[in-house]
Design a protein. Structure first.
Lengths: 377, 151
């Protein structure tokens, strides 16, 4: 990960809160070494699918990341391994085969490999490879959707025994475009962003999604009630308004979601979370079968908005609240900042302003002379 | 010969002039010639609490620093804050680091700001990261688990 000068002193409360949140997100995301390992491993899977004897060999298989890895919104789970999602797209007319043929072929192909035999399992839509070193790789076999065109694909669903429309690449493009801050929307067009950015290079929307996912992981003890990542990501992308600050982005996103829920409540309906790259797909459809989960989401997000308002308006005393929402990374971030403060102090690089604010050396501020804290033994 | 040369200390007026010009939020509450008292507010960072601090200086003794509001609290079950005296006042320096010829505005007050900044982290984490003497005291715990995790 590239290093960036981390601030020790701040001009405003918002700036200080943003720096703290940035450090929390740094703790949450997939470590660069792990990211490289994942990339290496999906490269190996791709080689196996292309080599002689593979049923995919002549179908021009293409494997690419989707979900949090591609969006730059990975979030370390509270327990268990990271899940990394990949699409295996094949250029073949889907109508020639049974809807689940691709999924079965992928499972059989990888099962025949000595290495993968013990790691493989079959899920509803994906083939899962569970690695011993704390992550699993979900591979979704998909056909190019020739009738819809563009980046649209068709993915198998074992429960429905059919192919369902999807468009993960379109979703990534939409999200990357939504990530642009107000300034960058004016200054430049969307450009490709590296798959894994250091956290200080991330956009406020990516950071906000990481925080929302972390909040979800801690706030919903029962997994069946927790909103799925793509719902949180889509809602965040929909209501983000280009704020340059992650704390302001969170404020806007939360108020957008809470207002949308209130509007739908008036009509006795739930919010619809359409896939922006495929409007036929509603990411919130699971709520129809599980209204309890929707009610839990509504209550949770309303509570989060209230708590967030207090945090943004408050000061140090709300750090405990932040820790409750996002976990131990808040404490680690505070320790790291104090360590940097101490290093700067030792280097004689600190000064104090007229309000008592600790700053860097500049004219008009008193340099802090060396001292050793003492006291009764 | 040296013992006949009288040590020179800055006067209360000189100290007062610098304290109030460098820190306009400080006001003098008492000045009895050789005993002066200030009250003022300090905020080490924008998200920090706003601390009202009282400094009492009796020439040429060590200035006495007390946080008036908010009341200082402790982390966990600990009885007191790191680097304080039994009366709860702050100990921001060793004896040899301060002398009556040094400006309170350039030493005691900036050191108090630093103490407050490290106190706030200590209050959240239990780790005193500003170092100092007596590192073996439980409340000074600079090498807690979390520090190792963060390093």
């Amino acid at each position: 990960m590239a290093t960036a000068e981390k601030p020790i002193w701040f001009q405003s409360s918002r700036e200080q809160l943003d720096a703290l949140l940035l450090e929390v997100c740094d703790g949450l995301q997939l470590r660069p070494s792990r990211h490289e390992l994942a990339v290496e491993r999906y490269g190996t899977v791709n080689e196996i699918l292309e080599k002689a004897g593979s049923p995919f060999r002549f179908l021009r298989p293409r494997i690419f990341p989707q979900g949090s890895m591609a969006l730059g919104t990975t979030c370390k789970p509270v327990e268990g391994p990271h899940d990394l999602d990949f699409v295996l797209q094949i250029d073949a007319p889907h109508w020639r085969w049974h809807p689940l043929a691709g999924l079965s072929a992928l499972y059989e192909c990888l099962s025949s490999n000595e290495t993968y035999r013990k790691m493989i399992s079959l899920k509803n839509r994906v083939v899962r490879l569970t690695y011993a070193d704390e992550f699993y790789m979900d591979i979704l076999p998909a056909y190019t959707d020739l009738s819809s065109g563009g980046t649209c694909i068709l993915v198998p669903d074992r429960a429905r025994v059919s192919l369902c429309p999807s468009n993960p690449e379109g979703f990534i493009l939409w999200f990357r475009n939504r990530c642009l801050t107000r300034t960058r929307r004016v200054m430049e067009k969307a450009k490709p962003v590296p798959a894994q950015e250091a956290v200080h290079e991330k956009e406020p929307l990516q950071l906000a999604v990481q925080l929302l996912k972390r909040w979800r992981d801690l706030a919903f003890a029962e997994e069946c009630l927790a909103p799925i990542s793509v719902v949180l990501t889509t809602l965040a992308g929909m209501y983000y308004a280009g704020e340059e600050s992650v704390s302001e982005a969170m404020t806007t996103i939360l108020s957008g979601i809470v207002n949308a829920i209130a509007l739908e409540d008036l009509q006795g309906k739930r919010i619809v979370v359409r896939n922006p790259s495929n409007l036929l797909e509603d990411f919130g459809e699971r709520w129809d079968a599980n209204p309890q989960a929707y009610n839990a989401f509504k209550a949770g997000i309303r509570r989060l908005q209230k708590e967030w308002t207090v945090i943004v308006a408050g000061g140090r005393e709300t750090d405990k609240e932040l820790e409750r929402l996002f976990g131990e990374y808040v404490r680690t971030a505070l320790v790291k900042r104090a360590q940097r403060l101490q290093e700067a102090r030792k280097a004689g690089a600190l000064a104090v302003g007229s309000t008592g604010a600790i700053t860097g050396l500049a004219s008009g501020v008193a340099r802090i002379r060396p001292n050793v804290f003492h006291g009764d033994a | 010969m040296r013992r006949f040369i009288r040590e020179k200390f800055l006067t209360a007026m000189q100290q007062d002039q610098f304290v109030r010009s460098r820190f306009p939020h400080f006001r003098r509450t008492t000045n009895r010639g050789d005993r002066i008292k200030w009250r003022g507010t300090l905020q080490p960072s924008p998200r920090s609490d706003l601390y009202e601090v009282e400094i009492v200086y009796e020439i040429p003794c060590r200035p006495h620093i007390q946080v008036v509001t908010p009341r200082l609290t402790t982390w966990g079950d600990l009885k007191r804050q790191p680097h304080t005296f039994r009366d709860g006042s702050l100990c921001v320096h060793q004896a040899h680091e301060w002398h009556g010829n040094k400006l309170i505005a350039e030493t005691i007050i900036p050191w108090t700001c630093l103490w407050l900044a490290f106190y706030e982290t200590w209050l959240e984490t239990g780790c005193w990261l500003g170092e100092g003497t007596h590192p073996d005291l439980p409340e000074h715990s600079p090498f807690g688990e979390i520090v190792g995790a963060a390093a």
